[in-house]
Design a protein around this ligand. Structure first.
Ligand code: ATP
Ligand code: MG
Length: 291
């Protein structure tokens, strides 16, 4: 349903962020995009929703060529892509409900949204979504009174309110603790399955990517160097993506693991979690290299 052909991006500064990206994402597939800092992960997802203009290639969402759109046709196409950001991008002084309803901006128009007049069916759907993401009791709370995990749930509900076909997710767990990170990834995964949504999730945590994605794509210096099943991501492949590191002996930080500290309440739903190769929990060593 999403096809990138020969996509390239060179920023005006001369930085070549993406080179000849070929990628096809079927309906319902959850894809994790991994790679060191500066590899081009954010650039790739921003090219898809045209927050960044690709300088080469074609990006098709179903039968629409996204790179050629402008004005109202571009706005219309963007509604079919839900964006979820690391920094949650909520309006702090607004309530949870108002933040979710702001996902309707593209539909109801700026003034109606500014005056906070939303269609009744949008309000009803926002209620349903807040229930689904586990926040039915926080509807009237101000966004700045929420924890990071709760804020991310609001961000997810907001992205879903516009009934997208595709989710573009940029480091959804970067500011969250390990257990909350897993809960958020599990929630995104379940919602994709329920709604047959495809998703591209930029993520630094390889173990999380392996546990929750159907497919992993590894970027290095703007090029795809791995595209395969989570179980095919070997230590050698991690070296190809991130550079030299002894992945098998990277110690897991003892105070950073929810399974030990709260084993009774953590859930491991994916068999991959148990069988995954010795990927590091967090690629701290690998990040920061290429920027
Ligand atoms: N607005 C910009 N102007 C110029 N160069 C940019 C811009 N945004 C990104 N770049 C460059 O493009 C390359 C890819 O950056 P990008 O932010 O896509 O990487 P990333 O994989 O998302 O990194 P991170 O993991 O740190 O978020 C980098 O070399 C970066 O310096
Ligand atoms: Mg990024």
């Amino acid at each position: 349903m999403l096809t990138l052909t020969g996509v390239g991006k060179r920023y005006p500064t001369g930085d070549r962020a993406l080179t000849d990206i070929q990628l096809s994402l079927p309906k319902g597939q959850v894809m994790a995009l991994i790679g060191p800092s500066g590899a081009g992960k954010s650039t790739l997802i921003r090219c898809v929703n045209r927050l960044v203009e690709p300088t080469q290639g074609s990006i098709r969402l179903e039968d629409v060529e996204l790179t050629k759109l402008s004005g109202s046709r571009l706005r219309h196409a963007r509604r079919s892509m839900g964006m979820i950001f690391q920094e949650y991008a909520l309006v702090d002084r607004l309530s949870v409900m108002e933040n979710v309803l702001s996902g309707q901006l593209g539909y109801v128009g700026f003034w109606r949204s500014f005056l906070r007049r939303y269609p009744q069916e949008a309000v009803a759907e926002a209620f349903r979504l807040l229930e689904r993401v586990g926040l039915p009791h926080a509807i009237d709370k101000r966004a700045d009174a929420l924890s990071g995990g709760q804020r991310q749930r609001v961000g997810i509900a907001r992205a879903l309110l516009q009934s997208p076909k595709l989710l573009l997710v940029d480091e959804p767990t970067a500011s969250l603790d390990p257990k909350t990170s897993r809960q958020i990834m599990r929630l995104i995964r379940e919602l994709c399955a329920e709604r047959e949504l495809a998703a591209i999730i930029n993520i630094h945590d390889v173990a999380l990517a392996q546990q929750f994605a159907d497919r992993i794509v590894g970027l290095r210096a703007g090029e795809i160097v791995f595209d395969g099943k989570p179980s095919d991501l070997t230590s050698e492949m991690l070296t190809t993506i991130y550079g030299e590191e002894d992945w098998d002996t990277t110690p897991e930080p003892a105070d950073d693991d929810d399974e030990e500290s709260s084993g009774a309440t953590s859930h491991v739903t994916s068999p991959q979690a148990a069988t995954a190769p010795h990927a590091p929990r967090q690629n701290r060593l690998a990040s920061g290299g290429a920027q």
